[in-house]
Design a binder for this molecule. Structure first.
Ligand code: FE2
Length: 380
C-alpha cells in the first residue's frame, strides 16, 4: 500500500522513547510522524499489535549472496538489490547500511565489484523503498582503493567507513597451516588456495605503509563527516588507535576487555544478530547474548542474515535478558544514534515515519513495515 494521503496507525501498543509501552495512535503525514492526525487520514487498525520504530541495520552483508549466489556467478544488480529491498522490508529493516567490502581480493570483494555496487546503488536508489546506505568496509591493505574511497565519501548520503584488517589474520592462518577458511576465501575470490595465499603474501608486504594509509582515509572520512567504525579490534590499544582517528563505533570487538573499555567510554559496541539467535558466534568470537547481559553490547547488526534483528530482539525478551524497550533499543534507537541519524530511532512527532508493526501475541510476526510514510503489509 503506497499512500499519498495521511495515515494513522490506531490503537496499537506503541513503544515510547523511555522504553515503556502505551496504547496510542501514531499519525503520519508525508514522510513524518506528526502530533495529530490530519482530517481524512486513512486509519490502519493496530489493536492487538505492537508498534515499534523501524530497524536501523548498521552492517548487513547478506546482499552479497543475492548479487553472487554462487562463486563466480553474478546476477543483474537491479534484480538482486530489488530482492534485497524486499527482504530488508520483510525483516522490519527500514534503514540498511550495506557492508561493502573493498578488498585487494579479486572477485566479489574486489575494487571493481565495489565500483559496480556504488554505481548500481546510486542509479537504483530512487526505485528502492527502504533507506539504503553503505558502510564501506575498507581492507586496510587495499591501497589501490583510496581514490575511489575519496569519491564515495563525498557522496550523499555519506557512507559510513569501517576499518577492516582481514589480511593479518589471513597470513596468520597461512602460517598456522589452517586451510578451511583459506579455501572458502579463495573460492570467493575465484582463485586456488595457492593463488590466494600468494596474493595475500604479496599485499602483506604493504604492512609498513598501512598506518599512513589508515590516517589518510580517516582524514577523508572526517572531512566528510562520515561515521567511522573500527572492526574486529583484538586489544584496547588497537581500539584506542582508531578512536584517536575519530572512529566512534566499536564493531565486533574480539575481546571482552575491548567491549568493556568502549562501553565505559559511552561508545556504541556492535555485535551480530545471528550470534544472539544462534546462541554464540559462528567464528568462535564473543557471545553477543552474554555481552548484552553484561552491558557490553549496545547495537545489534544483521551481519549475514537480515531476519536476525527482529528475532534477536524477540529472543532477548523471551529469555528475560531485556525488556521489549531495552531489546528494541539495540536494533533501532542506539544504532540510529551511532550512525548519526537523529531523525529516526524513536516514535516521536517530527521523526521520519519509519515503523514496524508486529503481532507479539505468539511467536513474533511482522504485520506492517512503514518507510518514510509508505505502509507495506506482510501476511494476513
Ligand atoms: Fe571481520
Amino acid at each position: 500500500m503506497s499512500l499519498d494521503t495521511a495515515v494513522c496507525l490506531t490503537g496499537g501498543q506503541v513503544l515510547q522513547p523511555d522504553g515503556s509501552l502505551e496504547t496510542a495512535d501514531v499519525p503520519i503525514a508525508g514522510d513524518r510522524i506528526v502530533e495529530a492526525p490530519a482530517a481524512g487520514s486513512q486509519r490502519i487498525d493496530c489493536r492487538g499489535y505492537t508498534v515499534l520504530p523501524g530497524i536501523v541495520d548498521v552492517h548487513g552483508d547478506a546482499f552479497e549472496l543475492d548479487l553472487h549466489p554462487r562463486p563466480g556467478v553474478a546476477m543483474p544488480f537491479a534484480i538482486a538489490m530489488g530482492s534485497v529491498d524486499r527482504q530488508v522490508l520483510a525483516s522490519g529493516i527500514t534503514t540498511a547500511f550495506h557492508g561493502l567490502t573493498v578488498s585487494w581480493e579479486p572477485g566479489a570483494r574486489s575494487l571493481a565489484a565495489g565500483r559496480r555496487f556504488m554505481d548500481g546503488l546510486r542509479a537504483l536508489r530512487p526505485r528502492l523503498t527502504a533507506d539504503h546506505r553503505v558502510q564501506l568496509r575498507w581492507e586496510t591493505f587495499a591501497h589501490d582503493a583510496l581514490d575511489d574511497l575519496a569519491g564515495w565519501l563525498a557522496e550523499h548520503p555519506t557512507p559510513a567507513l569501517a576499518f577492516n584488517d582481514h589480511t593479518t589474520s589471513t597470513l596468520e592462518k597461512v602460517n598456522a597451516g589452517s586451510h578451511r577458511k583459506l579455501d572458502q576465501w579463495a573460492q570467493r575470490a575465484g582463485l586456488t588456495r595457492e593463488q590466494y595465499v600468494a596474493e595475500a603474501q604479496t599485499v602483506g608486504r604493504r604492512a609498513p605503509n598501512v598506518p599512513t594509509k589508515i590516517e589518510t582515509v580517516a582524514g577523508l572520512a572526517r572531512r566528510h563527516g562520515a561515521v567511522m567504525l573500527s572492526h574486529d579490534d583484538r586489544t584496547c590499544d588497537e581500539r584506542a588507535g582508531f578512536r584517536s582517528l575519530g572512529a566512534s563505533v566499536c564493531e565486533f570487538p574480539l575481546a571482552p576487555e575491548v567491549a568493556s573499555d568502549a562501553t565505559a567510554r559511552g561508545e556504541p559496541v556492535v555485535m551480530g544478530g545471528p550470534n544472539v539467535l544462534r546462541g554464540g558466534s559462528h567464528t568462535g568470537a564473543l557471545s553477543a547474548e552474554d555481552a548484552i547481559r553484561d552491558g557490553l553490547c549496545t547495537v545489534l547488526a544483521s551481519d549475514y542474515y537480515y531476519p536476525s534483528l527482529l528475532h534477536a530482539a524477540e529472543h532477548l525478551v523471551a529469555r528475560g535478558v531485556l525488556s521489549l524497550g531495552g531489546a528494541w533499543a539495540l536494533v533501532s534507537q542506539t544504532p540510529a544514534a551511532a550512525m548519526g541519524l537523529q531523525d529516526r530511532g524513536t516514535i516521536t512527532a517530527g521523526q521520519r515515519a519509519d515503523l514496524v508493526v508486529i503481532d507479539a501475541s505468539g511467536p513474533w510476526r511482522l504485520v506492517h513495515t512503514v518507510v518514510g510514510g509508505t505502509v507495506m503489509r506482510f501476511g494476513r
